[in-house]
Design a protein around this ligand. Sequence first.
Ligand SMILES: NC(=O)C1=CN([C@@H]2O[C@H](COP(=O)(O)OP(=O)(O)OC[C@H]3O[C@@H](n4cnc5c(N)ncnc54)[C@H](OP(=O)(O)O)[C@@H]3O)[C@@H](O)[C@H]2O)C=CC1
Ligand SMILES: C[C@H]1O[C@H](OP(=O)(O)OP(=O)(O)OC[C@H]2O[C@@H](n3cnc4c(=O)[nH]c(N)nc43)[C@H](O)[C@@H]2O)[C@@H](O)[C@@H](O)C1=O
Length: 324
Amino acid sequence: MTLTDSAPAPAAVAPKLDKSAKIFVAGHRGLVGSAVVRRLRILGYTNLILRNHSELDLTNQSAVKTFFSLEKPHYVILAAAKVGGIHANNTYPADFITINLQIQTNVIDSAYRYGVKKLLFLGSSCIYPKHAPQPIPESALLTGPLEPTNEWYAVAKIAGIKMCQAYRLQYKWDAISAMPTNLYGPNDNFHPENSHVLPALMRRFHEAKVSGAKEVVVWGSGSPLREFLHVDDLADAVVFLLENYSDLGHVNVGSGKEVSIKELAELVKEVVGFEGELVWDSSKPDGTPRKLMDSSTLAKLGWEPKVSLKDGLVDTYKWYVTTQ
Ligand SMILES: NC(=O)C1=CN([C@@H]2O[C@H](COP(=O)(O)OP(=O)(O)OC[C@H]3O[C@@H](n4cnc5c(N)ncnc54)[C@H](OP(=O)(O)O)[C@@H]3O)[C@@H](O)[C@H]2O)C=CC1
Ligand SMILES: C[C@H]1O[C@H](OP(=O)(O)OP(=O)(O)OC[C@H]2O[C@@H](n3cnc4c(=O)[nH]c(N)nc43)[C@H](O)[C@@H]2O)[C@@H](O)[C@@H](O)C1=O
């Protein structure tokens, strides 16, 4: 069954959200979940349900069922996942596919069974083929082979999109999916090896500045292009979609601007104030050469990003320094 010959989806009219609606934000201590909580609070949502990983392990099916049966949230934003940069994805493929399949399957199925009105699933731009046309439209999904460094994570994320579509088609249940580009901001993971490029470089430049080191190592060739979006913009888009979008297709969420890793490294270096040299480690993988998303579907719905990369980096570095 394809999207065009499938049974009609339920009405593409988003439900009106009450500010006192019970909203479960899964993964609320992470980069995305914490930004979504900030955004919901700014907008006046008062009834957020939050559980730490230690309070509720979302890979545990029976614990997830019990949680939903007792709490009965009205809405769910699924921002809990096993997440990491190119090295983590490449090194722990079993964790990335299994943990993500478990979390999303447990949460999506229980949300449906225990009466959640609407669920928003978060995927990632890595769902698209390695050599997808640029900028990448939503229709590029499943049109070619994936980037090998993150195919296990991507397969789990594609399954999440398909699960949302399947429940919409079979049960007329309102599950939607948003596909963010590479994100950054407060509460990011700054692990030296397992994080994404932007927090990894911010930490490395900062530590080099503090220690007076002359050089900083940057992975790969510097030529790959990436599109970065500040997590506050992403959180704004997530709540916008929850409030305004109810349809079968997943929706890209990007900034529309791309930079090379070399340009990014120079910009982070400037923001941090490191004055030494960059050394490129060509033994590390470049990953996908380019992944600029076409976010015109979201733009046509009336949403646009606000935070420039420079401003977002300054803001993130301030946060990083004050939380060290
Ligand atoms: N960061 C990025 O650049 C991008 C992220 N995304 C997507 O956004 C979503 C959120 O990512 P991000 O915020 O960056 O990730 P983080 O790693 O910052 O946060 C993930 C959250 O999930 C929680 N979590 C992980 N495993 C479990 C579990 N078994 N049970 C309960 N909670 C769990 C973590 O809790 P704890 O810390 O306690 O383990 C954490 O709060 C993901 O779906 C990701 O694919 C999409 C595109 C880009
Ligand atoms: C969001 C997205 O994130 C991942 O895909 P990625 O975009 O390739 O992620 P990345 O941020 O780790 O790397 C981007 C580029 O940057 C280079 N790079 C330089 N120096 C460092 C460095 O120090 N650390 C890291 N991590 N990368 C570095 C690195 O070699 C690569 O060329 C997937 O997990 C995928 O699943 C996903 O969804």
